[in-house]
Design a protein around this ligand. Sequence first.
Ligand code: HEM
Length: 525
Amino acid sequence: MNALTDDMEVFFLPSWVIILLAVAVLTLVYLLYLHYAWDNRRRFGLPGPAPLPLFGHIVEIMKEGICGFDLNAVRAYGNVLALSSGLMGNALGDVMISDPDMIKEILVKQANVFVDRNINGEAQISPLEKALFAVKGDYWKQMRNTLTPTFTSGKLRHMQTMISKCAQTLVDNLKKKANTGEKFDSQIWGCYTMDVICATAFGVEVDSLNNPNHPFVVNADRFNNINLGNPLVLMLFLCPRFMKMFEPILPYVPGVKSYVGPIKYFSKTTENLLQDRRLTNDGQYKDFLQLMLNAHKLSTSEMSDDEKQDEKLKKRVLTTEEIAANGMGFFAAGFSTTKDTLGYIAYLLATHPQVQERLVQEIDDVLQDADPTHDNVSKLTYLEQVINESMRLYPVGIRLDRLADQDTTVNGLFIPKGTAVAIPTFAIHLHPEYYPEPEKFDPDRFSPEAKAKRNPYTYLPFGMGPRSCIGMRLAMLEMKMVLAKVLQNLTFKTCEETQIPMVLSKSRPMKPEKEIWLKVEERAL
Ligand code: HEM
């Protein structure tokens, strides 16, 4: 009997060890179950890259960058595939769709089902949570209705003088560089874009080229240089819920404070400007802030009693917080997008002198030394082709995304409510089926004849449908006016520091690995 007991003790461990082992086994089983449950390949019956337990595709993304990851995924698994984000819920999207007919269905035909972006509305840093980009459902529809009239051709025509002045400052500066042979990097486009956005959105003249230490310039630069190679920043970027949770301490966290600080700075500045306008409004301003403020005023003092009863009008009111959010939102959505696109266009022109020559010829023929304006730049068709082809190769909005607000079926694929759909713009733009020799810069891909032969849903730099970029016309006007003005005077050239071919960064989405350096030469007139 004793011998038997001794033998059993060899096999039986102390009870605390047994409990620990049981907990470990149960945890493992639970994690395996989660891994199984979270694997969207099984859920949707679609092919896709194998996710890591808990971490989904995060390691591949850190290695290849989001652009590289999307490109490889589409090449390996085709036009409709499943993604799994593990612990991060659906941050990377549940399904990724690059089939043009399905994209049309999602962005346009079923736009009412796919209204929202895949951002958790209440989980973003204040006040951006109330900006058009982030808001959801009916709230978004009403806000978009209110803001759409601020971007009409008529309103933009009012802004052309401000834009022209900013373009002239840039040209004067570039002329000096041409005379001294000084090289410049793409930050110069940031100065122009900054001046335009400050003037058109806030009515503030910054002249960032000559005032590089202006707080607007310093904060914009910080905001524009988010380092997604920093795992903390990447986590906050992919899981905005954590941002909300830790918002009070974020300004003190190294690496993250450079992202949060500028948001706070711009929202405070917008609020202060609004305050001043309310006190001294004499109708002199024609900027977005004023246009939003007018919509705001309409709801209160200028409304008749009947109007005050109208639910629709009441809902169109923008609160001070919403105006501040959208002032900051226009800045966030319109600054680095336009700046980076201009940087890529200048690089492509410098590295393709025959395209630049043809463009200069068009500008000379059509404008005949006239100053670029809202109306005459619309006649520069080759310029539009050059911009379009540049945005095909370097779409700064690398992906579009939508959430399904209800169960639906898209071209035979059942998409349950809550599914996050990712549309990989960058990978679509480099798809050889739509764009043969996709890496080649060829603006003739956007001639009217070539465009007519292509499915329009293979080109998405500004998105598509009711939730597409509200600032598209402003961005195009801003880019056309400055490029026409620069090329009336100067020619872009490469220099020793120009990286050819350009390599894209893996840690900063759609940014060059090395800064783009160029020089300019004055045209012999
Ligand atoms: C070259 C410059 C620009 C590019 C490439 C660009 C690209 C985009 C893209 C891809 C989207 C998402 C569209 C979608 O989901 O279907 C977007 C949305 C948006 N953009 Fe732009 N954008 C640019 C300039 C601007 C400017 C100058 C402004 C404002 C002043 C602006 C304001 C916005 C806003 C507010 C949204 C959100 C619209 C909504 O949710 O209703 N963008 N942009």
